[in-house]
Design a protein around this ligand. Structure first.
Ligand code: AHG
Ligand code: MN
Ligand code: MN
Length: 331
């Protein structure tokens, strides 16, 4: 049963034993993400205020600072993870290459690598719309104590030991899974504590929301065009509704709660799709499957795709199982 007085910190300790590789290391890692999330949350919440209070710097400096929130979030997550000495490698959407902690600290003996999209949907910040952070955690494949290698990051999505996201929305939530279902925690900003608000999150088997940037319609592959028409057909006795925020985290979160499908196909402009396999698709697909949904590039389950490069992009379809199946029928 859900105990809403349980904090995220208490939940992590309570569930530590059920991790596949039981060790305090993964717990500390999630704890560090929790800490960085609170720091970034504080800054994201101030985004609209900096122009008004503007206590330091001129207007221009404030404006630039706001534009650079994704750089800020990137630095905060990376610094927190390095300072707490709990990972051996970090890859971020905002960095060209991965960071090997052993090049900073020769004695580092950690087992986990983290991949992160520090601020997802950052173009929404200026207009006060929800943004997020997405993270993905793997055990390293190379020898403990040595420098991490590219292959430590290019692992199958199904080999993630944990994944999750933070949504800076009407309330701030942290949602994650270590492969035993999905749990959600809501931040009480007054005391800076995340409480267990959503136990064992599941995505409805079927839904009626489709989320896609329809402005790109003419560029979509045939099967996606057909699927959209199917969603809009009058003869469909349960007409679908279209909802698109433009922040993957928020669009996915809504669909997980209400039942729906998220689509980001390849377009003329983004021939391989827009979303990044390692920082966006894999962690969201992991959560989606853990919640009972599916995620595919159309032909293959996302979690069964072998990544070939750090910043690889891929067409992405995920959500309620039945809706993904219906989409694939148009292929
Ligand atoms: P990011 O802000 O990390 O670059 O990600 C933006 C992504 C994703 O959050 C969203 O689903 C998608 O871009 C929206 O793209 P369009 O504006 O092309 O619809
Ligand atoms: Mn993103
Ligand atoms: Mn981003």
């Amino acid at each position: 049963m859900l105990n809403k007085n349980l904090t995220l910190g208490e939940f992590i300790i309570k569930n530590q034993a059920s991790f596949k590789y039981s060790s305090g290391e993964l717990s500390s890692l999630i704890n560090s993400i929790r800490l960085a999330a609170k720091i970034v949350n504080h800054e994201v919440n101030k985004a609209g205020l900096v122009d008004i209070i503007g206590e330091t710097g001129g207007e221009n400096i404030q404006f630039e600072r706001q534009q650079k929130l994704d750089v800020y979030a990137n630095e905060k997550f990376i610094k927190t993870l390095i300072n707490r000495n709990i990972v051996c490698g970090i890859a971020s959407e905002e960095e060209d290459s991965f960071i090997s902690i052993n090049s900073i600290d020769k004695n580092n003996q950690n087992k986990y690598v983290v991949l992160i999209d520090p601020l997802d949907g950052s173009s929404n910040i200026d207009v006060n719309v929800s943004v997020g952070t997405i993270f993905s955690i793997y055990r390293r494949k190379s020898k403990i104590g040595s420098e991490v290698e590219l292959d430590d990051f290019l692992q199958y999505g199904k080999d993630q030991v944990a994944a999750g996201y933070i949504i800076y929305g009407t309330s701030t939530m942290l949602v994650y899974s270590t492969g035993n279902g999905v749990n959600g925690f809501t931040l009480n900003p007054a005391i800076g504590t995340f409480y267990h608000s959503h136990s064992d999150l599941t995505i409805p088997e079927n839904g009626n929301i489709y989320s896609i940037n329809e402005g790109n319609y003419l560029q979509f592959p045939q099967f996606v065009k057909k699927y959209i028409k199917y969603c809009q057909e009058e003869k469909n006795d349960r007409p679908y509704t279209s909802r698109y925020i433009g922040s993957l985290v928020s669009d996915f979160h809504r669909n997980m709660i209400k039942g729906g499908i998220f689509l980001y196909p390849e377009t003329f402009k983004n021939k391989k799709g827009k979303l990044r396999l390692l920082y966006e698709c894999n962690p969201i697909a992991f959560i989606c499957e853990q919640a009972g949904g599916s995620a595919t590039n159309g032909y293959k389950n996302i979690l069964d795709i072998k990544p070939t490069s750090l910043h690889e992009r891929i067409p992405f379809y995920c959500g309620s199982k039945k809706m993904i199946k219906d989409l694939q029928n148009f292929l």
